[in-house]
Design a protein around this ligand. Structure first.
Ligand code: AFP
Length: 431
């Protein structure tokens, strides 16, 4: 990529050649379907109906399993144009991610453009999940031989996942700017048809775990570009300005997020996201190749006796933080110590914290004055999800979502999880 700067938020980059990938997303169509044989076909037709894109569903008499050749199929449920029901009506009815998105669209929570972007992210996650699962077999473990702008060794899968994520976003035609952990500076997408969303992502977080087949994940955040950026996109004569404006657009506080989420590649592949009305989790069904709603309206417990810090850095920490950690091991008045759990993969550690409660922390220390995690594509999306689930995300003193980024790859300390646990830590740091 032709980049000439260090990722400062007022930086200018040279335009890059956009990749021409045809869209994976099939246009919705009105379907007329018959089924003489219940089972997977009928199930998939039902799902198609459920997703709100099928106008007509013709169903043969289910008591007759096979319609003989030439036999007129008796049509029972003729035509329905009813909107899809919000509640499950059958034990066989699965709510797919696509169906869920369409319901959110119908309810006016998101628009059709954002639906397309989120769908393209789900496709990227499925592809990355498959690459991660086959990494050992396909010789995809190990390093690529390069370092990213942050001086970290790029794993082979870091580079491939970045390409997969970027290509899926480009092919959606709705993304104007992408900023990734693996790119020096944000990239303007030239073939954007509409929407022009700004998408920030870490395509494979926790990749140092890959060679040991430990959990990893992808993290993303979606912002709307400012009016200024949209206006200039049509003006070829000001391309340099457009680039500059759009890069500035990447540096938005988490408060402006329209949506954020992650996909965890673990014993299950789980996509967790929010579009601003709670947090929802979808598990990839390997049989159907679809994300299925499995975690509805996730709420982080108000407190939880699990802490997740890299305690190997204890000697480098501030005394106030040391006191806080010590207090978890010998708490007054309960006397019952907290449990320590640390994978070293933010997505896995955060996912557990969200479901079981507790606190995840990556503090600043004597070596890393601002901690390790990146504000834009790690701390802000996770803090947004935490708040949407009733939890809290803090840098120890202030709300992470209020922090105005100054650089694309800016780092900040992160403490996220149960409200009471994060507030307890803040009190120790303020003492
Ligand atoms: P890698 O992508 O290099 O594995 O880093 C992962 C990460 O950014 C985040 O996912 C972890 O929570 C954190 O770093 C772990 O850092 P430590 O190894 O310093 O504990």
């Amino acid at each position: 990529m032709a980049a000439s700067t260090t990722g400062l938020c007022n930086a200018v980059i040279t335009p890059t050649a956009a990749c021409s990938i045809t869209s994976n997303l099939s246009k919705s169509s009105r379907k007329v379907a018959t089924s003489s044989n219940a089972g997977p076909l009928f199930h998939s037709l039902s799902s198609s109906f459920q997703n709100g894109r099928s106008g007509f569903l013709l169903q043969s008499n289910p008591s007759s399993n096979v319609a003989a050749a030439g036999e007129a199929v008796s049509v029972r449920a003729a035509v329905s144009v009813q909107p899809p029901k919000a509640k499950k009506t059958s034990q066989y009815e699965l709510q797919t991610f696509t169906g869920w998105l369409l319901r959110k669209e119908q309810a006016g929570v998101i628009d059709s453009e954002l639906t397309i972007v989120l769908n393209s992210i789900a496709v990227a996650c499925k592809q990355i999940a498959s690459l991660v699962q086959r990494a050992g077999i396909s010789n995809l473990t190990g390093v690529q031989g390069a370092t990213n702008v942050q001086g970290e060794d790029q794993k082979k899968l870091d580079v491939i996942s970045n390409e997969v994520f970027s290509n899926c976003l480009r092919s959606s035609g709705r993304t104007g700017i992408i900023a990734s952990e693996e790119e020096d500076t944000p990239v303007a997408v030239e073939e954007s048809y509409s929407g022009n969303y700004v998408v920030v992502f870490d395509p494979l977080d926790g990749s140092s775990n890959i060679d040991a087949a430990v959990s990893t994940g992808s993290i993303f955040g979606i912002y709307r570009p400012t009016e200024e950026c949209l206006a200039n996109l049509d003006d070829d004569t000001q391309l340099g300005m457009v680039e500059q404006n759009c890069i500035v657009n990447v540096c938005q506080p988490g408060n402006n997020l329209l949506s954020a989420g992650y996909c965890m590649y673990s014993s299950s592949v789980i996509l967790v996201l929010s579009v601003g009305d709670g947090v929802y989790g979808f598990t990839l069904d390997p049989m159907y190749g679809e994300f299925i709603l499995t975690h509805e309206d996730i709420k982080i417990p108000k407190k939880g006796a699990i802490y997740s810090f890299n305690e190997g850095n204890y000697a480098l920490w501030d005394d106030k933080l040391k006191k806080y950690i010590d207090s978890l091991k010998d708490p007054v008045p309960t006397g019952k110590p907290y449990s320590a759990r640390y994978i070293g993969s933010l997505v896995g550690d955060f996912h557990r914290t969200m479901l079981y409660g507790g606190i995840y922390g990556y503090p600043a220390d004597k070596k890393s004055k601002n901690g390790k995690l990146r504000l834009l594509y790690e701390c802000a999306p996770m803090s947004y999800l935490a708040e949407q689930a009733g939890g809290k995300g803090s840098d120890g003193h202030r709300r992470v979502l209020d922090i105005e980024p100054e650089q694309v790859h800016q780092r900040v300390p992160l403490y996220v999880g149960s409200v009471e646990e994060v507030e307890k830590l803040e009190k120790y740091l303020a003492a």
